[in-house]
Design a protein. Structure first.
Lengths: 553, 155
């Protein structure tokens, strides 16, 4: 860049003589004539900064930098993550314990969210105390406030996704807080959760917000924010006139670019070191039935968490909704309230003092929360135990999701895992692994205990195999990569429906490779009986899968 | 600016990100691919079609897979063949009328002992390793590269 920008700063035509001398410059010329990249670069690099480059201006570009890192690491998370309750946790577990660099990248993403908020606060404090919202910068400021809210929204929705104890209960408390909004609160809460309780729909909604909706708004608003910033120009130091700069300006490139890059690099190095040496924990899978779990939010929500303790009964709405809304409203409208061109903080005592009080208040609330937890020995012990469990779980070996729980879609297992607690989960999946048939409750087989039924089913299984149905639909109808599972098909289709579907498959079935079935008349009843009795495990369905299956002839 | 920043972040992140994305290339499974071929000697009508019971890792889950194999007996010796067509991976079945293995996809045909007779398959049905343990026939189930003359096991 260093050599290219000045070289092409004067236009291509007058430059022809020199361009021919170096093939690099010629190549650059060729590209520039077709893209106008030179003008774009000059526009972004030659931006004048009144009063010159300063460290105080690094936070905006650092935010952009961290956001790009969040996008990259976030896409990485999505490569292995699955947003469904029985699977989300094990897929994150897989990322952390099995995938190369998985724990590191998750660390970058998770620490990155904290970094976003810290740098956001610095960016906010700098622009606020410098009075940088003055001088026709109202929309620029307001887009920044909305961006800040989106960043907190990203942090909140993201913490639920691993579906561990911590994230689950943070999401639960957070969506309850949303429910405190007057009039529409209950509706909002139901909408956010996808139902009254935290569950599968909640996870999908948080996932979509975190991965699609919020980022889309961040991209959009960040573009506007930057465009408006370029339109208004940097406000410069506190004694500069915000509308008509008088101080001599220095171009963005090279000094401010280098300072920005240096700071961004420092942030990334800190994030990298933290992720490598202090990995982000993953606790046991969420257990909604665990009433003993003490939820504690991430540090940046602690002040709000503590604040809510002071509000009871009918007054709650004031603490949860009215006061935060007023403060946010004041913040949003700040350029309209703090008017005039005076930027020096000591001449703007009301807004600066007000913000100072709020910031100190938040800090105090956060510290009070920590202190309250450490003072109550019972609570402190429980929190320490929860931490201990997280660490234990984090260091326990990876336990893959067992097929019998997954393929069979067995809700019983899901409930058992949560009801008996995550500690019992490995034991449970072990037992279900060794004896899949044990899952099927006794009463399920009562229907098939009829001898004739059992005979028909056995005959049907032989027919099923002799026609090669199992080549695609798998042994015992369990399904393969080529065709779907037939388990529990008897719940969806009656015998006659199933028969006609087999004789005349739908277009979709034919396209998937399913041929029309032509059987002898006496083969239909056994086959359909067999299919309609397919239960969770092939072992149960045929009742004889321990004996080998002879070739059809 | 955005381009500059993303290039920079990209350069920094590329090593862990590439390792992360390319993990499936480097992951080695330690799972056993040996399974017992369960049948009673009396039941043997040649060739014997069996499904093996394998437990396999599939990313973050474990699945039961039941691949189809054919067992052949010559004298006292058992041989096992994968039912996966060496052309493009369909499952061949035994055509009792023609006394051939026939692939349902592209009509490749194989002799009763697996030799490719006609159609696109470039090699015979893939023989699987077998061994006897405690009087049981153990078969090592592997996948092989499709559509090559030489038989080559894949991961």
């Amino acid at each position: 860049l260093k050599g290219q920008v000045p070289a092409s700063a004067s236009n291509s035509k007058s430059d022809d003589g020199r361009a021919k001398s170096s093939s690099g410059a010629r190549c650059w010329n060729w590209i520039d004539q077709r893209t106008g990249v030179d003008r774009i670069l000059r526009h972004s690099l030659d931006e004048p900064i009144p009063g010159g480059a300063r460290f105080a201006y690094v936070f905006g570009s650092a935010l952009l930098f961290i956001f790009v890192s969040q996008v990259v690491t976030g896409i990485c998370m999505a490569l292995y993550y699955v947003p469904a309750p029985t699977i989300a946790h094990v897929s994150v577990d897989y990322i952390v314990k099995e995938v190369a660099a998985g724990s590191f990248l998750r660390g970058l993403h998770s620490y990155g969210s904290s970094a976003m908020i810290i740098v956001l606060l610095m960016h906010f404090a700098q622009t606020f105390f410098y009075g940088s919202y003055k001088g026709k910068r109202e929309i620029l400021w307001m887009s920044g406030v909305v961006l800040a809210l989106l960043v907190f929204g990203m942090a909140f929705t993201g913490s639920l996704l691993p579906w561990d104890q911590k994230g689950f209960f943070a999401g639960s408390v957070g969506s309850d807080i949303v429910g405190q909004v007057p009039l529409i609160g209950e509706g909002l809460r139901l909408l956010l959760r996808g139902g009254a309780r935290m569950g599968a729909l909640t996870l999908s909604r948080f996932y979509v917000l975190h991965v699609f909706i919020f980022p889309a708004f961040v991209f959009f608003l960040a573009a506007i924010h930057i465009a408006l910033f370029r339109k208004a120009g940097p406000a410069g130091p506190i004694h500069e006139d915000p509308v008509r700069p008088v101080l001599s300006a220095e171009a963005f490139y090279p000094r401010q670019v280098l300072i920005d890059m240096g700071f961004a690099l420092l942030v990334m190095v800190v994030l990298g070191v933290l992720s490598h040496f202090v990995p982000i924990m993953l606790g046991p899978e969420a257990n909604p039935a665990d009433s003993a779990y003490l939820p504690r939010p991430e540090w940046y929500f602690l002040p709000m968490f503590q604040w809510l303790k002071y509000w009871e009964g009918e007054l709650t709405v004031i603490g949860i909704f009215v006061i935060p809304s007023i403060l946010l409203g004041l913040l949003f409208l700040m350029p309209f309230l703090d008017r005039g061109t005076e930027r020096r903080p000591w001449r703007r005592l009301v807004p600066v003092g007000g913000l100072f009080i709020v910031l100190v208040g938040l800090l105090w609330l956060g510290m009070m929360s920590r202190r309250a937890d450490s003072r109550d020995s019972a609570i402190a012990a429980r929190i320490a135990r929860q931490k201990q469990q997280e660490i234990l779980y984090f260091h326990s070996p990876f336990q893959p999701n067992s097929a019998s729980t997954f393929v069979a879609g067995d809700q019983n297992i899901g409930l058992d895992r949560t009801a008996t607690g995550p500690v019992a989960a490995p034991i449970l999946s072990d037992s279900s692994r060794s004896k899949a048939s044990a899952i099927v409750p006794a009463d399920r087989s009562v229907a098939t205990s009829d001898r004739r039924m059992a005979d028909l089913t056995n005959q049907g299984e032989k027919i099923y195999q002799s026609y090669g149905c199992d080549n695609c639909h798998g042994k015992g109808g369990a399904g393969t990569s080529q065709a779907s599972s037939l388990i529990e098909i008897g719940r969806q289709l009656s015998a006659s429906q199933l028969t006609s579907l087999l004789e005349n498959p739908t277009d979709a079935m034919v396209a998937g490779g399913m041929p029309p079935v032509a059987l002898n008349d006496n083969e239909w009843t056994p086959l359909v009986t067999f299919l309609r009795n397919l239960k969770r495990s092939g072992v149960e369905a045929g009742g004889n899968s321990t004996t080998p299956v002879p070739n059809p002839q | 600016m955005i381009g500059l920043v993303s290039t920079f972040v990209g350069a920094l992140l590329s090593v862990p990100v590439l390792r992360y994305i390319l993990y499936p290339l480097t992951a080695r499974s330690d799972e056993s691919d040996w399974a017992e071929a369960r049948f009673a000697a009396s039941e043997i009508q040649m060739p014997l079609r069996l499904t093996l019971d394998l437990r396999q890792r599939d990313g973050w889950r474990e699945v039961d897979s039941h691949p189809v194999v054919y067992i052949l007996k010559t004298g006292d010796q058992f041989r096992a063949m994968s039912a996966i067509c060496p052309h493009l991976g369909c499952t061949v079945s035994w055509d009792m009328g023609r006394e051939q293995f026939v692939c349902p996809c592209h009509a490749g045909a194989f002799s009763p002992d697996g030799v490719n007779l006609s159609g696109p398959p470039p090699r015979p049905l893939d023989a699987l390793e077998t061994r006897m343990a405690d009087g049981k026939l153990m078969v090592r189930y592997q996948n092989f590269r499709p559509d090559t003359r030489r038989k080559e096991a894949t991961l």
